[in-house]
Design a protein around this ligand. Structure first.
Ligand code: NZQ
Ligand code: ZN
Length: 389
């Protein structure tokens, strides 16, 4: 472990069946004005909305709603939410939904008391808030992003086709608390469930495929990946299996709450490629990652051979005897591909509506981050997209 770092995660988690009742513990800590944010209506169908509103009322809260936050929340919707929050008492923002709703809640929280344009300030210039930040709490209903315990927020500007994430350093942006009841995820369609599972897996990969020192973070990552592989196989054929779904939920949180990035330079290029695709197609986040992953990792493998070999042996149980390092490493990716197909993930960009004519434009909006084994050039990015079609 060669890096130096600070670790502090202030989000309080309430986990398990019935954990929604913990809202009664949290709500008294804040003033009476609550802005309740949710998505396109799944929480009304499965009853979570009624439960939350009842608890808010019992706690004497004055509730304003921002409804209809879409997957891959847009800048236009963000402006609307900021306006609503400015016009109503907002002592706490309560996000009830998936990563999109939680991310959106954070973006509103940092913008209500800020005079500058949030897109320019936070997403384009990547600045930190220099104004009061409204506290956010999350009730998670879709598992994958880790937004429930991190300070990330991803917003899409439909006009410029840019989907940009900001990972805030300011701890005030972290959810103050998150409520994780695996039962709430049981109504997710299979497509969303596996999209989230791949998102989790890739979050771990993005951090694991960097660095060469002996680092405890990598051992934790391997454990998380093994747990996820097991639970995902169970949930894939038996989606109502509480034990599997609860493990997937817990793994998602630890995959991206900064723990396994400690001491790591981290790669994040699959996310950069996937986000570019998201800006153009509005596809489900996890599926954009699945579609580009194998071409990217096959491109990366020769540059991080030792790590890909370790991945094959420690995560995928590839037997190393009598094989070259390259063979072992490639077998790891073959095993990963088989698992991805077993889950029914989207395995190419064509299925998401990407065409060859879009590739230059996609490369234009792909950020290149420097932490991986071989940050790709523009030509290489276009090559990876082409391989992914
Ligand atoms: O809108 P509703 O009707 O609620 O339906 C949602 C939505 O259509 C549905 N859903 C959620 N919970 C459900 C449910 N349907 C039935 N039963 C339930 N219990 O699922 C759909 C997808 O939800 P969404 O929140 O969009 O999914 P996800 O959690 O994958 O979030 C994706 C967003 O998070 C960003 C992504 O880029 C994307 O914009 N990310 C955020 C990160 C972070 N904060 O650190 C990191 C990630 O890498 C990611 O980039
Ligand atoms: Zn992700």
């Amino acid at each position: 472990m060669l890096g130096t770092f600070t670790y502090h995660n202030p989000t309080k988690l309430y986990f398990g069946q019935g954990s929604i009742q913990s809202l009664n513990e949290e709500l008294p800590k804040y003033g009476s004005g609550v802005v309740l944010i949710y998505g396109g209506g799944s929480i009304k169908k499965n009853g979570i909305y009624d439960t939350v509103v009842e608890i808010l009322k019992e706690n004497g809260k004055w509730v304003t709603e921002i409804a209809g936050v879409m997957p891959n929340p847009t800048l236009e919707k963000l402006y609307e939410g900021i306006q609503i929050a400015r016009e109503h008492p907002t002592d706490l923002i309560l996000a009830v939904g998936g990563g999109s709703v939680c991310d959106y809640a954070k973006a509103v929280a940092v913008s209500v008391h800020c005079q500058e344009d949030p897109w320019e300030k936070y997403f384009l210039r990547q600045e930190e808030p220099d104004c009061p930040v409204i506290p956010v709490g999350c009730v998670l209903t879709m598992v994958g992003t880790g937004s429930e315990m991190n300070a990330g927020s991803v917003i899409t500007n439909q006009e410029t086709k840019q989907k940009i994430g900001k990972v805030f350093e300011d701890e005030r942006v972290m959810p103050r608390f998150s409520i994780l009841d695996p039962v709430y995820t049981l109504t997710l369609p299979h497509y969303q469930m596996v999209s989230g599972i791949y998102d989790i897996f890739n979050h771990i990969c993005e951090q694991y495929f960097s660095g060469e020192d002996d680092n405890t973070s990598d051992y934790i990552s391997e454990g998380l990946m093994r747990s996820l592989l097991h639970a995902s196989r169970v949930a894939n054929v038996d989606p109502q299996n509480y034990e599997a779904r609860s493990n997937i939920m817990w793994t998602a949180t630890w995959a991206l709450n900064t723990l396994v990035s400690k001491g790591k330079s981290t790669d994040w290029m699959v996310h950069m490629l996937g986000q570019a695709v998201g800006g153009f197609t509005d596809a489900a986040h996890g599926m954009t990652l699945a579609a580009v992953s194998l071409p990217y990792y096959r491109f990366l493998l020769p540059h991080g051979l030792a790590r890909f070999k370790r991945f094959a042996v420690n995560v995928w149980d590839v037997r190393p005897e009598g094989k070259s390092d390259r063979q072992i490493a490639e077998e790891g990716l073959t095993a990963m591909e088989a698992w991805m197909r077993e889950l029914g993930l989207v395995m190419n960009l064509t299925q998401l509506g990407v065409t060859e004519e879009m590739l230059e434009g996609l490369a234009d909006v792909t950020f290149v981050l420097p932490g991986g084994y071989n940050p790709p050039s523009r030509e290489e990015i276009i090559g990876i997209f082409k391989e992914s079609l």
